[in-house]
Design a protein around this ligand. Structure first.
Ligand SMILES: Cc1cc2nc3c(=O)[nH]c(=O)nc-3n(C[C@H](O)[C@H](O)[C@H](O)COP(=O)(O)OP(=O)(O)OC[C@H]3O[C@@H](n4cnc5c(N)ncnc54)[C@H](O)[C@@H]3O)c2cc1C
Length: 397
């Protein structure tokens, strides 16, 4: 594409791959550099709520999403003994709003779907970025394998241990939330009652919670079990966990909770960490997105969704942008996205506190959750492309 900006994305996770799709859809020249030799994902589910699903639809992924996803409606709440939690206003299972359908998907299927939707030459595997140097308006990327590349714009989509973040002079330190999660996937046929599990089901008990939702069109059940911890669990999504320790955390809980744990072949430990917002995301022609820019605790399932919004925002702002305008456009991107992602980060923190809180009356917790979901409408209804287009129009006014 002669004359167009050359954009390099460091990191081919959910954020980097969707950004590449969004940028390409607007005719931009983009290459993703991913450190892994082959794209691998752990066995886990991830939520693509309406705010993200509506964007993916616009780049033609509707059919594929439907094929791999389990539609998300509301959430069913129970106490640790399995009694449904209701509030005076009715069952505490409000539907996620947003007008569009969201999906729970298996991470590996989702990443493969994104990868397959891109031309092969767009993603360069086996390239771990180790250095960025900005000279004469261009950025030189160096990789651990000795290769190098040049770009007009670099987007760091390289996750919580971002090299791009470091290269623009930032450092972010994780602080433990005092909890960890056990995760796992169970073939649905091992849990006969799971065929009724269309919505996510959340059991709430003292200081801990247990979440199940179907993925892969109901063929697999995804489990996330949040428990308190006073040790620093590894901040990893794939560290092996101990099934006996998991079982003892939920001794005496509702039978489906115990059946699920007994049906697991393996579990992963996930230390939940929070990070303070970064003071800035961009310098000149380099910026950050996704977990590299705004990692968040997982309690509203928006980690993936916010990274998808970032990519589509960047695509709107960089379309038709001249080389001399890049720095200003990245500043605008940062202004739009920092405001929204900071609010989502705060909501996720508050939701985590609510799940863990020890209300004597579980329906009090449910009432707060209902209230929170009603307030959270702004998360699901947001249209990131429209917000970016409006901000751009204001800039030119
Ligand atoms: C297994 C797993 C489960 C998760 N579950 C949930 C969940 O339940 N709820 C939730 O809200 N969030 C969850 N998250 C987080 C969520 O997926 C992310 O917030 C979201 O996908 C955005 O991630 P990202 O693309 O910014 O970063 P990542 O998904 O971390 O991707 C970063 C990519 O960059 C690559 N990379 C890193 N360094 C370099 C380098 N120097 N050079 C080149 N490539 C590099 C990595 O290999 C990786 O592919 C999960 C993440 C993982 C990995």
């Amino acid at each position: 594409m002669p004359g167009s900006l050359r954009i390099a994305i460091v990191g081919g996770g959910i954020g980097g791959l969707t950004a590449a799709l969004a940028l390409r859809a607007r005719g931009l020249d983009v290459t993703v550099f991913e450190q892994a030799e082959i794209l691998r994902e752990i066995g886990a589910g991830v939520s693509i709520h309406p705010n993200a699903a509506r964007l993916l639809r616009r780049v033609g992924l509707e059919d594929q999403l439907q094929k791999i996803g389990s539609p998300i409606a509301g959430i069913t709440l129970r106490n640790s003994q399995g009694e449904p939690i209701t509030t005076p206003e009715g069952p505490a299972a409000p539907a996620f709003s947003g007008g569009d359908q969201g999906y729970n998907v298996h991470r590996a299927s989702f990443v493969n779907l994104l990868f397959d939707a891109l031309p092969k030459e767009t993603v360069t595997l086996g390239h771990r970025c180790i250095q960025l140097k900005e000279t004469d308006g261009r950025i030189r990327l160096s990789f651990a394998n000795g290769a190098s590349a040049e770009a007009d714009v670099v987007i760091g989509a390289d996750g919580i241990r971002s090299i791009v973040q470091r290269e623009i002079g930032l450092e972010s330190r994780p602080t433990s939330e005092g909890i960890m999660a056990y995760r796992g996937l169970i073939p649905a046929e091992r849990l006969p009652w799971a065929s009724d599990l269309s919505d996510p089901a959340l059991w709430l008990g003292a200081g801990r919670s247990f979440l199940l939702y179907p993925v892969a069109r109901g063929q697999l059940i995804n489990m996330v079990a949040f428990v308190p911890t006073d040790t620093d669990s590894e901040e990893s999504w794939s560290a092996p966990g101990d099934l006996d320790a998991l079982a003892s955390e939920y001794a005496g809980w509702d039978k489906p909770v115990q059946d699920t744990i007994n049906a697991l072949d393996e579990t992963f430990r996930w230390g939940i960490y929070d990070r303070a917002p970064l003071p800035y995301w961009s310098t000149g022609r380099i910026t950050l997105m996704g977990d590299a820019a705004h990692p968040m605790v997982p309690h509203v399932g928006q980690g993936a969704g916010q990274s998808i919004e970032d990519g589509f925002t960047l695509a709107v702002l960089l379309e038709g942008c001249a080389a001399g305008e890049v720095a200003d456009r990245l500043k605008l991107y940062e202004a739009i996205r920092r405001e929204r992602t900071s609010k989502v980060q705060a909501l996720a923190r508050a939701a985590g506190k609510l799940y863990r809180s020890e209300h004597d009356d579980p329906s009090e917790k449910a009432a707060r959750l209902r209230e929170w979901m009603a307030q959270g409408k702004w998360v699901f209804e947001h249209d990131a492309e429209k917000a970016a287009a409006d901000a751009l129009a204001n800039l030119h006014r």
